[in-house]
Design a protein around this ligand. Structure first.
Ligand code: ADP
Ligand code: MG
Length: 481
């Protein structure tokens, strides 16, 4: 199967060939013909499998006939974050190399002037975040009455509580007779129901069961104590062959603390979260993409859609309280057929619940790090659950002298984040950094022996199963009341 067999013109086939695409991905193969037919689509496929081209390529084909009028865009793509909108705009430009189509990117945090200038010339494609689009609308700079195609990328995120009022308002400004395309890696039945008022007789295209994680990502779970998380992370950063990694935190305020801590331990890191200025966000992402810094510590603002070439690892420094966010976070790696590795550091009673919810959503357990089923580690010394390998190493390195099972975990556990969506998580009350593991490692007395701490359950060497429930390997601190 090649792109022209899907009904795309020679110029588009050439544009994708220039990018090195030799054949369409499954979601592209299944959705492009229906988009060309003018059907509404509810499309889901795993992260990193080419959903952007699934809607952009046929849109270009459709828009190639016709001309844009001033302030009356002919199509609209909505995305939840500025970075993703910018990335989609970038893809659109690449795919439309051989077409004369115009595009405007309307995102917040940058000046209105250039965006206005583009709108006044007339655009075929408007790519926007909802807030900035509505700002332009309110200033009378754009009319949406000529929009014939609406795309909602990361559709489930766009229909959640934070975005839905803006999306509803925008859709209310569009003509009812239009084509509407929804795409996401996670499209639950609830979201499909919710989308009913935006789409008409949609073709539902599911490449894999919704919310499937990409097969290309090897997933691992690491248990430690709340105060042992940074040390566990550093251990992973040292033992894994990390080329570049996104490290997700649930709360914005923990990000700068973690960046500082990592830098103190000689790791290069930048922050990316929604409280930064747009220029700082762009700067951080660019440095990271250019390989100037290997680690980006991010909030869920980076969880959706971002395509960072060859990202080797994703670390969840916090287990996301929203199971869908897990799928998207780890989906920053293992894209376009490449393999990637994801580690989730779990530490509290709440984390146990969150992990359970994630495993339910993805329909499989997340293997404990080191379990053979979490896929073959290159080096057997890496093949140990963090809690065990930590004990083995204890005493051999000063920073690992204080093992995580010290029982000082209650406070961290009690105010752990609530089960809310990513952005809501960021206002959570827990401050993990209150327990400074770095300080503890300096002054702390080490537990140098390899035995279990009093009250700790041994991890049976012959343990079978992948989940906490299967293995019964529940860290003791989770069992203490
Ligand atoms: P998704 O939206 O499904 O998460 P993207 O559209 O961001 O995925 O695409 C992921 C990566 O795969 C991008 O780097 C993109 O250039 C690449 N890609 C997309 N389609 C193809 C294809 N047919 N062949 C090769 N690479 C592709
Ligand atoms: Mg995408």
């Amino acid at each position: 199967m090649n792109f022209s067999e899907l009904g795309l013109c020679q110029e588009l086939s050439q544009a994708v060939a220039d990018l090195g695409y030799t054949e369409p991905t499954p979601i592209q193969e299944k959705s492009i013909p229906y988009v060309l037919m003018g059907r509404d689509i509810l499309g889901s496929a795993q992260t990193g499998t080419g959903k952007t081209a699934s809607f952009t390529l046929p849109m270009i084909e459709i828009l190639a006939a016709g001309r844009a009028k001033a302030r009356l865009p002919r199509s609209l793509i909505l995305a939840p974050t500025r970075e993703l909108a910018a990335q989609v705009a970038d893809s659109f430009e690449k795919f439309s190399t051989y077409h004369k189509l115009s595009m405007a990117l309307l995102i917040g945090g940058v000046s209105f002037a250039d965006q206005n200038a583009a709108l006044s010339k007339g655009v075929d494609v408007l790519i926007a975040t909802p807030g900035r689009l509505l700002d332009h609308f309110e200033r009378g700079k754009v009319l949406l009455t000529d929009v014939k195609i609406l795309v909602i990328d990361e559709a489930d995120r766009m229909l959640d509580m934070g975005f839905i009022p803006d999306v509803e308002r925008i859709v209310g400004l569009l003509p009812p007779l239009r084509q509407t395309l929804f795409f996401s890696a996670t499209l639950s039945d609830d979201i499909k129901k919710l989308s009913d008022k935006f789409v008409s007789n949609p073709k539902v295209i599911e490449v894999a069961p919704p919310a499937s994680t990409a097969d290309t990502v090897a997933q691992h779970l690491v248990w430690t104590s709340p105060k042992g998380k940074r040390e566990a992370l550093r251990g992973l950063l040292r033992s894994e062959d990390v080329k570049n990694a996104v490290i997700f935190c649930n709360r914005k305020r923990d990000i700068s603390t973690l960046v500082t801590s990592l830098k103190r331990h000689d790791f290069g890191a930048v922050a990316l979260h929604g409280d930064m200025t747009q220029s700082a966000r762009l700067d951080a992402l660019q440095k990271f993409k250019d390989g100037e810094v290997p680690l980006m510590i991010a909030s869920d603002v980076a969880a959706r859609g971002l395509d960072i070439a060859g990202l080797s690892h994703v670390f969840n420094f916090d287990v996301p309280g929203n199971a869908e966010d897990y799928v998207h976070r780890i989906g920053r790696t293992g894209r376009a057929g490449k393999s990637g590795r994801a580690f989730t550091i779990a530490a509290s009673e709440d984390d146990k619940k969150y992990v359970g919810a994630i495993e339910k959503l993805i329909g499989k357990p997340i293997p404990l790090a080191g379990d053979a089923r979490s896929e073959a580690p290159q080096d057997a010394s890496e093949a140990k659950p963090a809690s065990r390998s930590k004990k083995k190493k204890a005493g051999s390195r000063r920073t690992e002298a204080d093992s995580p099972e010290s029982g000082k975990t209650e406070s961290g556990r009690k105010d752990a984040s609530k089960t809310e969506s990513a952005s809501r998580n960021e206002s959570g009350s827990r401050n993990e950094s209150g327990g400074n593991d770095d300080n503890r490692s300096r002054g702390g007395r080490s537990r140098r022996k390899q035995e279990n701490a009093p009250g700790e359950l041994p991890a049976p060497p012959e343990c079978k199963g992948d989940t906490l429930q299967d293995t019964g390997h529940v860290p003791a601190f989770l069992l203490r009341s």
